[in-house]
Write a protein that binds this ligand. Sequence first.
Ligand SMILES: Cc1cc2nc3c(=O)[nH]c(=O)nc-3n(C[C@H](O)[C@H](O)[C@H](O)COP(=O)(O)OP(=O)(O)OC[C@H]3O[C@@H](n4cnc5c(N)ncnc54)[C@H](O)[C@@H]3O)c2cc1C
Length: 405
Amino acid sequence: MKSTDVLIVGGGASGIMAALTAAKSGADVTIVEHNDMLGRKILSTGNGKCNYTNKKMGEEFYRGSNPAFVNSALSQFNEIDTIEHFKEIGIYPKEKNGYMYPYSEQASSVVTCLTEAVRNRGIHVYLNENISDIRKEDGFIVTLSKREINAKRIIFATGLLAGRKSGCDGSAFQYIEKLGHTFIDIVPALVHLKSEDSFLRELAGNRAEIKLTLYENSEAVFEDRGEALFLENGLSGIVSFQASRYVSYALKKGSKVVVSLNLVPDVDIEEVVSRFKGDNFYKSAKTALIGLIPDKIAECVIKNAGLDPDTICMDLKNGDIDRIIKWVESFKVNISGTRSFEDAQVAAGGVDTNEINEDTMESKIVLGVYFAGELIDIDGMCGGYNLQWAWSSGYVAGLNAAKVE
Ligand SMILES: Cc1cc2nc3c(=O)[nH]c(=O)nc-3n(C[C@H](O)[C@H](O)[C@H](O)COP(=O)(O)OP(=O)(O)OC[C@H]3O[C@@H](n4cnc5c(N)ncnc54)[C@H](O)[C@@H]3O)c2cc1C
């Protein structure tokens, strides 16, 4: 039977970082990955460009049952360490508004450089292999499809369920639960919102800079600003993605979910009112809003206010203008769901952080077991935060798992 100091289950971002760190610390390291390559998911990150970290970093960019859990790992391996580490393996950085990409703007270059680093460190890699059993004996006996391995330490870095095509199928969860761990509900996050509101069909393809407020049973639970993209059956764009984890959890509870879009977050509302008065009396209600709001959205606002978009402003009553303004400031979309894990960039939920030592990533239930990456109940916002969590938690898990006596 093959023996290894540190066995890492999952050869994605966090597993690779854990492996490189453990090997650098002198441990014999083995990665088991059920895909036919390491880092497959990284290929599709950042629209193929890999937004691998962000110069603005901190707990405020993370969510989960206890977002403060990230602080220790981020302090041990932060965004500057990531940029330096990537330079060392060949990735020169390019910054766009704090978002960091490889200068080549090719996610494939990140995968190639990481894979070469794994090879250069002498890390054993078993591809196309699945776990079929884990027994705690002297260390751990791990049964794979083609072999058994005796490992002193195990790091689980399997991700959750997002982007299933890249290998995150939940097949390792049963072994983690068998070891005594519990999962916080896993839901899609950073994903499109679904709506059955029929007016969206007319808006498909339109974009607007908005402020989004998410209401769960009429209570505001999330607010953000950014670009929304209207789809015929929902909403996309970064601002909708950021809201999606809250939508997922609210709908899971059976709550009613509505998003309200302020279509003119920077404009004084008196300016909007004045567009229907004075010299604009001859304009139609629809054209009164043009130049402020994209025309299709303007037309929809007037219709949703119960008016014909061609109504001449001079025929509008004060109550009509009030209703239009209400829709401009609070364009309501009923949310019926999110797209599936398949389309999600990340999954929220995961192994309960109460069961993990935040300074070492070691299990508090079974010593010698470690966790890294998305598998832990932490999800980041758009902007390189999920990969930074993978690098930071992978580093900490690898460093501590390598301390084999
Ligand atoms: C389309 C898309 C775009 C994204 N863009 C960005 C971005 O630009 N910036 C950013 O920060 N984040 C981005 N993310 C999120 C980011 O990719 C993930 O958060 C990150 O990859 C998580 O790393 P991980 O190591 O925890 O999991 P993963 O990278 O998912 O790796 C887990 C690995 O474990 C393997 N595995 C699973 N189960 C088993 C098993 N039983 N046996 C063996 N192997 C197993 C999987 O095949 C996989 O290779 C994006 C995600 C997607 C899907």
